[in-house]
Design a protein around this ligand. Structure first.
Ligand SMILES: Nc1ncnc2c1ncn2[C@@H]1O[C@H](COP(=O)(O)OP(=O)(O)OP(=O)(O)O)[C@@H](O)[C@H]1O
Length: 317
């Protein structure tokens, strides 16, 4: 097994009486691009803050690069770079001033700091903007400055909390290309919190979080494939009755999940017309697709990753 960049054991965290993380255990291999995927309030930011030593666990433990976050917070911070949801830049200072200021926090100064800033500005195509106030840069450029800020002290693990928030799809795509390059060239471990499926699917491994619980973890492809080659969802106003009917009449597994029915059939396409015929008006719609992480989330939690008026509401035990 490859070395672990992060090890989390039976971690529980509360804000007062509110439970934000529940007995979470997770291992993040070194050199991995690891996604934390979950809806709003699932505990992603809390986990990031615990890893960054900004919070202390109520129960359980976290180790980053082998260092315990409570016993050795200084060692943890030295091996971590952090890019939080809100850019940590001063818009009135220039790009270079922001980076110098941050470098000083890490005890970097003089020529080594100058050289590191030069190297990273060149790599990220921002050399020509170094003397401009940060507020004059586009959203995507500001995110890149923030990324450079997180990389100045040569961290081994980079935490990114919803780093593409507020970026348009083009800038988001460019930012992810930058991340992928970084991983190759710097052999960094990237831990990215996101609520976007398409971002999670770009990761080597993901952990799906819901209400502070770990729902599933693994390679996105493997998690999706565990549901079969295709998934068949039926939308109906009477999910329990339709699930029972399908099981009895077609001899396939059917399960009511919230306001829908998931049918596990080896040949969903062939079954579809027969289901329409047998169920008639009881069926609002039927969808066959290759399984995605959204399906994994839905099957494990009984609700969608993103709440919508149509979203399934009944939790699954
Ligand atoms: N400072 C705080 N005080 C009290 N409760 C908090 C605080 N910060 C977060 N919470 C609660 O803890 C839970 C987890 O929140 P957290 O911010 O970690 O989720 P998240 O997955 O990062 O959400 P988002 O995607 O919206 O950023 C939520 O119920 C949230 O309301």
């Amino acid at each position: 097994m490859s070395e672990a960049a992060v090890e989390i054991e039976a971690l529980t965290f509360r804000y007062g009486s509110r439970l934000a993380l529940r007995s979470l255990s997770l291992r993040i291999p070194s050199g991995c691009c690891f996604g934390l995927l979950g809806p709003n309030g699932s505990g992603k930011t809390t986990l990031m803050r615990l890893l960054a030593t900004l919070l202390q666990p109520a129960e359980g433990r976290l180790r980053v690069c082998g260092h315990d976050t409570v016993a050795a917070p200084g060692a943890v911070r030295r091996c971590l770079g952090v890019v939080f949801q809100q850019p940590a830049l001063d818009g009135d200072l220039t790009v270079e001033e922001n980076l110098r200021l941050h470098g000083a926090f890490y005890g970097l100064r003089g020529e080594p700091l100058r050289n590191r800033i030069d190297e990273l500005l060149t790599r990220f195509g921002l050399q020509e903007r170094r003397h401009e106030p940060v507020r004059r840069l586009s959203g995507g450029q500001q995110r890149r400055v923030d990324l450079i800020r997180g990389l100045l002290h040569h961290p081994r693990v980079l935490l990114l909390d919803e780093p593409t928030t507020g970026l348009d799809p083009l800038a988001r795509h460019a930012f992810w290309q930058t991340l992928r390059q970084l991983r190759q060239t710097d052999r960094l471990t990237l831990i990215v919190a996101t609520h976007l499926l398409e971002e999670a699917e770009l990761c080597d491994e993901v952990a799906l979080l819901d209400e502070g619980r770990l729902v599933a973890a693994g390679a996105p492809d493997a998690l999706a494939r565990a549901l079969g080659d295709e998934v068949l969802w039926l939308e109906t106003s009477e999910p329990e009755a339709v699930a029972a009917f399908v099981q009895t009449h077609f001899g396939v597994e059917a399960r009511a999940i919230g306001a829908a029915v998931r049918v596990a059939a080896p040949d969903a396409h062939a079954l579809l017309p027969r289901l329409y015929e047998a169920l008639g008006d009881r069926l609002r719609s039927a969808t066959v697709r290759r399984p995605t992480l959204e399906d994994v989330f839905l099957v494990h939690t009984g609700h969608h990753l993103h709440a919508s008026p149509e979203s399934f509401t009944a939790p699954v035990s």
